[in-house]
Design a protein around this ligand. Structure first.
Ligand code: ATP
Ligand code: MG
Length: 207
């Protein structure tokens, strides 16, 4: 498949959406065709599933139900949005992707990683992002930034503190296991500096 698939990961309020937008603008300014998308969501069907996942009480779904809903949304997102854009040679940038499922449902809720791996393969086969940027911030920094965001999409934010601790460690562990694909960036600095670090890891892919 032609094109380039870049994903952004990290906990609540890490600065993912800010950096997705900045990277998109930068690549467009360089004349690239860019599609910005997100998970859960990114296609009409997956956006409908998103509402089920990100709104309502934290206890609304258990871990395996969440994993199944995220997988259904991911399949639709890939088929309807990501793969057609990559076939057309575009750069697709997604605000969250499979590593969030590994972190939230795996490290957060304790769902077996082998089960999550099987679900991912059912949805995506052996397709993987070319690059995954993980923005890391301490819990309190992220939750404080996310609280300022407002809106109804606060279901995951409402999980307890130990859940958020586990998922932060989860992102760091999964990055350590796949250092060629996953790059960790310190998200505590200003957005301009974080963007510069993002450009440094994206640049080698732009040849
Ligand atoms: N490097 C930064 N320094 C300070 N504030 C930032 C930085 N990056 C983003 N912010 C601010 O923090 C808030 C959360 O940022 P953003 O929405 O990009 O995070 P996110 O990771 O997408 O969060 P969520 O998990 O809630 O989707 C926003 O108000 C944003 O303007
Ligand atoms: Mg966001």
């Amino acid at each position: 498949m032609a094109g380039l698939f870049i994903t952004f990961e990290g906990g609540e309020g890490a600065g993912k959406s800010t950096q997705v937008k900045r990277l998109g603008e930068q690549l467009q300014a360089r004349g690239r065709e860019v599609v910005l998308t997100r998970e859960p969501g990114g296609s009409p069907g997956a956006e409908a599933i998103r509402k089920l996942l990100v709104e309502g009480a934290a206890s609304r779904w258990d871990g395996i139900t969440e994993a199944l809903l995220h997988t259904a949304a991911r399949r639709d997102h890939l088929v309807k949005t990501v793969w057609p854009a990559l076939e057309a040679g575009k750069i697709v940038i997604s605000d969250r992707f499979v590593d969030s499922t590994v972190a939230y449902q795996g490290y957060g809720h304790g769902i077996d990683q082998a089960v999550l791996g099987a679900l991912y393969r059912a949805a995506a086969g052996d397709f993987r992002p070319h690059l995954t940027v993980i923005i890391d911030v301490p819990l309190d920094v992220g939750l404080k930034r996310a609280a300022g965001r407002g809106g109804a999409e606060d279901r995951y934010e409402g999980m307890d503190r130990s859940f958020h601790e586990r998922l932060r460690q989860g992102f760091l562990s999964l990055a350590a296991a796949e250092p060629a694909r996953c790059k960790i960036i310190d998200g505590t600095r200003g957005a301009d500096q974080v963007h510069a670090d993002v450009m440094a890891v994206v640049a080698p892919l732009l040849v």
